[in-house]
Design a protein around this ligand. Structure first.
Ligand SMILES: Nc1ncnc2c1ncn2[C@@H]1O[C@H](COP(=O)(O)OP(=O)(O)OP(=O)(O)O)[C@@H](O)[C@H]1O
Length: 229
C-alpha cells in the first residue's frame, strides 16, 4: 500500500499577495523520485519552500514527513527541517571553514553533542557521497561538483526520509551533472530516501527518467510527459 511522505491537498501558494500556484494536489510516496519542472517563475521554488516551511501554508492542507504544514510554528519548523534534507543550486557552504567544520556546524545546530558520534556521522556521510578523504579541504579548494556532493552530504546528516533539491545541477557541467544525478538516484534507491528535485535540465530528465510534475499556468500537472520544459 502507498505510504506518502508528502501529501498536499487543495493548496494555494502565495508570494506576498500574489497567487503563484492554485489548487495544488500532490502525493509523493516514501522512496519515490519526482522531478518538478516548469518555466522560470512558475512556482517550483515556491512549492519546495512551502514543503520545508519557509513559505507559510495559508490555504489547503499539507503533511510533509509527518509534519502538518498548517500547524507549523517557529518552534516546530526546525524539527521539520531536521527530518528532511534540502539541497540548493549554489551549495551554500560556509566559506570560512573546512568540510568537517561545515558538517559539524549543522550537527551541533540540530542538537548533536557527542564529539565521537559527530565525527562518525561526518565520516559516514562523506563516504556516502564519495569524498571520504576531503574533510579537511576548504570549500574554495573544491570543484563545483565536489561542493555539490558536500551539500548533499550535509542534507544526509540527519538521515532524512526526504530530500528537497532546488536545481542541484544548475551550476554544473554536463559530466558533473551526471555524477550528481547518479549519486541522488543511488541515495534514493539504496537508502529509500524520497527526492523531489526542481530542474530545468531536459537532458538530465531523459538520462535519468522518473515521475515528472510540471508547474504551468498557475497549476501543477502530475505525471506530465516530457515534451518540453
Ligand atoms: N521572495 C519573493 N517575494 C515576492 N515574489 C516572489 C519571491 N520569490 C518568488 N517570487 C515570485 O513568485 C513567482 C514564482 O517564483 P519561483 O521562484 O517559485 O519560481 P520558479 O519556478 O522556481 O522559478 P526559477 O525556475 O526561475 O527558479 C515568480 O513570479 C516570482 O517572481
Amino acid at each position: 500500500m502507498a505510504d506518502p511522505i508528502i501529501e498536499i491537498r487543495n493548496v494555494n501558494i502565495y508570494q506576498g499577495d500574489s497567487l503563484v500556484l492554485q489548487d495544488v494536489n500532490l502525493t509523493v510516496d516514501k522512496g519515490e523520485f519526482v522531478y518538478l519542472v516548469g518555466k522560470t517563475g512558475t512556482g517550483k521554488s515556491s512549492l519546495l519552500k512551502t514543503m520545508y516551511g519557509e513559505l507559510i501554508l495559508k490555504e489547503g492542507d499539507g503533511t510533509v514527513a509527518g509534519y502538518d504544514l498548517r500547524k507549523l510554528t517557529w518552534k516546530t519548523v526546525p524539527y521539520l527541517r531536521r527530518s528532511i534534507g534540502v539541497v540548493f543550486q549554489d551549495f551554500q557552504l560556509l566559506t570560512d571553514r573546512n568540510v568537517n567544520e561545515n558538517l559539524k556546524f549543522v550537527l551541533k545546530a540540530t542538537g548533536w553533542k557527542d564529539e565521537k558520534l559527530m565525527n562518525e556521522k561526518i565520516a559516514d556521510v562523506l563516504d556516502k557521497v564519495g569524498l571520504k578523504s576531503k574533510g579537511f579541504k576548504m570549500p574554495f579548494e573544491m570543484s563545483g561538483g565536489e561542493q555539490q556532493r558536500i551539500d548533499i552530504a550535509r542534507a544526509l546528516l540527519n538521515s532524512p526520509k526526504l530530500i528537497l533539491a532546488d536545481e542541484p545541477t544548475g551550476n554544473l557541467d554536463p559530466e558533473t551533472s551526471d555524477e550528481i544525478m547518479s549519486l541522488l538516484f543511488h541515495i534514493s534507491r539504496d537508502y529509500g530516501t524520497a527526492i523531489v528535485m526542481a530542474t530545468h535540465d531536459y537532458i538530465v530528465l531523459k538520462k535519468f527518467p522518473a515521475r515528472v510534475v510540471r508547474t504551468e499556468h498557475g497549476r501543477i500537472i502530475d505525471n506530465a510527459t516530457i515534451t518540453h520544459l
